[in-house]
Each structure stands twice: as structure tokens, then as C-alpha cells.
Design a binder for this molecule. Structure first.
Ligand code: SAH
Ligand code: MG
Length: 193
């Protein structure tokens, strides 16, 4: 029997950015309280969040996408260890190459932080009418809220793009978004009524 703590340990030792503890708890509670059954995740890493979401209830299904081969292989291994091969469909590809026909109750965006607007625009087509899009890491370790100068050009670029995404969500007429200061910053977007 494997324990979820072993995945957390592996993630820590190998610098895999899995969801933070209070972030994942928030996500799992949301899934439970809103009776979410069919989930799409962009960014599987080692399968940690996909496995945890699946374990909320025995009839939950997750489709998840990962482009990094090493992480994908690790995820496959972990999904098998938890006997969830029937309920987690993991796709090894860049999310922008993936065309899905299904529609989902929840779409969880947790991949390249500079591409969030593009992920949102692409995958909203796979969202059920009353579905939600949940995005992680909007704080980017507090950097999206800071006035301080960021030295790394790369990090500066990501922060700028995340701030663009936050603005995009705030101004979006099609979706209403609520922002939560939980974990590394989470948003939940629903179609406007
Ligand atoms: N959701 C996971 C953590 C994901 S980390 C958890 O909480 O357990 C983000 C992952 O997204 C990384 O493994 C990265 O390789 C992947 N990723 C980034 N951009 C991607 C893209 N365009 N398509 C597919 N995977 C992507
Ligand atoms: Mg994340």
C-alpha cells in the first residue's frame, strides 16, 4: 500500500511543484461540496493532484495532460500504485496539441504560468455550461503582488503574464471569477448568468 505522503516526499526531493497543502485541501473540498465528477487537469506532473482528486469519491474521473516525459512516466507509475488506471486518463503531450471532445465539470489549470490565457481560451470549449475553471499559482510565491523589482528576467516575464491573466479574468464578460488567497493563490471562474 502506498501513501500519498510518499508522493509528497518525492515531489519535495525532486523539486516538483505539486499543489501546496492548503491549496489541495481547498480544491478537494470544492470537488466534494459541488459534486464534481468529470475533471480535466492541465499539468499532471507526477500525478499527485490527479490522484488526490480521484480519491475524493469512487465515481470521479480525471483526464490530465503532461508534456514532460520523466514526470509523465512517474505519474503512470503512481496512478498504477493507487489502482486508478481506470479513472485517470493521462495524456503525454503538450496541452496545445490535445483536442478533447468531452466536457468537464471542472477544469484545473496548473501548467506553464505564462500560458494561462491561452489554456483558458482553448479549454473553456470543453467546459460544461455550469462548470468551473480553477487556476493555481496566481500569487507565484507572492511575486504577482509585489512592487519590488524582480531581478530575473525570466521570472519577471512570468509575473507579468500572470498579472495579465488576473486582469483578463477580472475584465472577462463571459466568466465571473473569485480569487482566493489560499495556497499559492487560486481563482474559480464560472460562466456569467
Ligand atoms: N498539478 C500538479 C502539479 C503540476 S506542475 C500537482 O499539483 O500535483 C506543472 C506541470 O505542468 C509540469 O510538470 C509541466 O511539465 C507541465 N506543463 C507545463 N506546460 C505544459 C503544457 N503546455 N502542456 C502539458 N504540460 C505542461
Ligand atoms: Mg500549481
Amino acid at each position: 500500500m502506498v501513501h500519498i505522503q510518499e508522493l509528497e516526499k518525492y515531489a519535495k526531493e525532486n523539486n516538483i511543484p505539486i499543489m501546496e497543502t492548503d491549496g489541495i485541501e481547498f480544491l478537494l473540498t470544492y470537488i466534494k461540496e459541488n459534486n464534481i465528477k468529470n475533471i480535466l487537469e492541465i499539468g499532471a506532473a507526477i500525478g499527485y493532484s490527479a490522484i488526490r482528486m480521484c480519491l475524493v469519491d469512487s465515481d470521479i474521473k480525471v483526464t490530465t495532460i503532461e508534456r514532460d516525459e520523466k514526470r509523465y512516466k512517474e505519474a503512470i507509475k503512481n496512478i498504477k500504485l493507487f489502482n486508478l488506471e481506470d479513472r485517470i486518463n493521462i495524456i503525454f503531450d503538450d496541452a496545445f496539441n490535445v483536442e478533447l471532445n468531452d466536457s468537464y465539470d471542472l477544469i484545473f489549470i496548473d501548467a506553464a504560468k505564462s500560458q494561462y490565457i491561452k489554456f483558458f481560451e482553448k479549454f473553456k470549449l470543453n467546459l460544461k455550461d455550469n462548470g468551473v475553471i480553477l487556476s493555481d499559482n496566481l500569487n507565484f510565491h507572492g511575486l504577482t503582488h509585489t512592487e519590488k523589482e524582480i531581478k530575473s528576467r525570466n521570472v519577471r516575464g512570468i509575473v507579468r503574464k500572470l498579472n495579465n491573466y488576473i486582469e483578463f479574468l477580472k475584465e472577462n464578460k463571459e466568466f465571473d471569477t473569485t480569487f482566493y488567497e489560499i495556497g499559492d493563490g487560486i481563482s474559480i471562474s464560472k460562466r456569467s448568468k
